[in-house]
Design a protein around this ligand. Structure first.
Ligand code: CTP
Ligand code: MG
Length: 249
């Protein structure tokens, strides 16, 4: 058993098949440039920066797998990192499921990381992996909230939305990626848990539905998700600061 487990690998699945509607018109979000380099390349490098990660599965837009493969082939990554590209689906949940199907048998720990979080530091990645390797079946990096959160009764017509509650802020966390999982647990969640509408936006939430424990480790403010145009400004500023402080390009 211990002999076998030494050969088991950690892989990262990167869902990158979204359009990026909230970012506004343009190329699919993952292919947009940050500091002159596509966001997806930053995200792959962020996963590959962890010495534990030996495989990265990129889930491309449904009709964009050849383009993404060519993009990856035009950039450099650590020699230890194997890269696979698979076409994604209509929802993030479907895209992650398609990425999981591409994993070889020798993978026992899986990270799921949004291409839209290109700047997550390697210490956060390693912290998630370490917590899974220490026995947690599901691990999420998370931060306390700055804003107070209200629960409302949403009005699809755009009218007034009455407040129905105010959860105590100190008990809330904003969760990020990479989220880390025991591979079998995540595959079970993706094959048995169903969500209506746009599907699950959070893999750990699917594992929660199985009744399995999910633990939180510290997230990082640089692991923010590029969602709206202002996030691009912040991401460029973070890259500029890194260039000054450690010569990172
Ligand atoms: N994603 C995916 N497949 C989809 C939808 C989303 O792989 N069908 C990925 C995105 O590429 C992104 C991650 O899931 O890396 C998080 O999703 P989000 O930030 O919502 O990105 P988009 O769905 O692209 O953005 P928007 O919701 O504004 O359209
Ligand atoms: Mg989305």
């Amino acid at each position: 058993m211990s002999q076998d487990s030494r050969r088991l690998r950690t892989a990262a699945v990167i869902p990158a098949a979204g359009r990026g509607v909230r970012l506004g018109p343009g190329a699919p979000k993952a292919l947009r440039a940050l500091g002159g380099t596509p966001m997806l390349i930053h995200a792959v490098r962020a996963m590959a920066a962890s010495r534990a990660v030996s495989l990265v599965v990129v889930v491309a837009p449904p009709d964009g797998a050849p383009e993404v493969r060519a993009l990856l082939d035009g950039h450099t990554f650590p020699e230890r990192t194997e890269l696979l590209v698979v076409p994604g689906g209509d929802t993030r949940q479907q895209s992650v499921a398609l990425g999981l199907q591409a994993l070889p048998d020798d993978v026992d720990v899986v990270l799921v990381h949004d291409a839209a979080r290109p700047l997550v530091p390697v210490d956060t990645v390693d912290g998630v992996i370490a917590a899974v390797r220490a026995g947690a079946p599901a691990v999420v990096p998370a931060l306390p909230l700055a804003d107070t959160v209200k629960e409302v009764r949403p009005d699809p017509e755009g009218g007034q939305e009455p407040v129905v509650g105010t959860p105590e802020r100190a008990r809330l966390r904003a969760v990020q990626t990479p989220q880390g999982f025991d591979r079998d647990m995540l595959v079970k969640a993706h094959t048995t848990v169903t969500f209506d509408g746009e599907g699950a936006t959070d893999d750990a939430g699917m594992v929660e539905r199985l009744g399995a424990p999910v633990v939180v480790v510290p997230g990082h403010e640089e692991a923010f998700k590029v969602t709206r145009p202002l996030d691009l400004v912040l991401a460029e500023a973070v890259l500029a600061r890194r260039r000054v402080t450690d010569g990172y390009a």
